[in-house]
Design a protein around this ligand. Structure first.
Ligand code: SF4
Length: 200
């Protein structure tokens, strides 16, 4: 994994980039940068493990659907995340060529990450960096998504083997895939890379 090349190419694609060795340092950075804002979260194991929602909730208005299992409650919170000042999520894959990839089932994470905010933070472990965009997409489909279905206990074929079958299972979580090719117009996007293993 070539971290310097990845950072250079993400910057060439107009993403701001910061890097921290540890999750604790990255969480403290986010806590220092986001204050007095409305804040929405996309589903993210990375941010959950880092404790970022709890940290920000002490001095921001936070809408966080992570870990909410009731469908109506989830929808209500997820809708509120779409027009907040700040939105935070992770990504499923990053390429050394400077793109990022996300797969989503309900769409709230992808929708919130591309429009409607002053600033979006994409927080991800450097273990998600792959040499090419094709390999980042492969990672999203054959590492991140199967690990997620297994975590949720969904009856999808990938949950058993860790490999994507492009299934039509009722709990398929791969309904939309976003490729972040360059920063969206009218919105700041910062990629926060963490040198620890985090998320899927
Ligand atoms: S399409 Fe189906 S088999 Fe493939 S990763 Fe998604 S849920 Fe699993």
């Amino acid at each position: 994994m070539d971290l310097e090349k990845t950072i250079q190419n993400l910057r060439k694609n107009e993403f701001e980039v910061s890097y921290f060795e540890t999750a604790a340092e990255a969480a403290a950075y986010l806590d220092s940068r986001i204050d007095g804002k409305t804040v929405g979260f996309g589903d993210s194991e990375t941010l959950r493990v880092m404790g970022v929602p709890e940290l920000l909730a002490t001095h921001n208005t936070v809408y966080n659907p992570i870990g909410v299992h009731d469908d109506d409650e989830f929808d209500d919170i997820a809708k509120k995340t779409q027009l907040t000042d700040v939105f935070l999520t992770s990504v499923n894959g990053i390429s050394e060529t400077g793109e990022m990839v996300n797969i989503d089932g309900t769409g709230n994470r992808v929708a919130g990450s591309i429009f409607g905010h002053e600033k979006v933070y994409m927080v991800a472990s450097t273990k998600k960096i792959e040499p090419t965009l094709e390999e980042a997409i492969f990672r999203a489909r054959n590492v991140a998504a199967p690990t997620n279905t297994k975590k949720f206990g969904y009856a999808t074929p990938c949950a058993k083997t860790g490999k994507c079958y492009d299934c039509h299972a009722p709990r398929r979580i791969c309904n939309v895939m976003a490729i972040y090719m360059q920063k969206m117009n009218g919105m700041d996007v910062e990629v926060v890379l963490v040198g620890e293993e985090l998320g899927f």
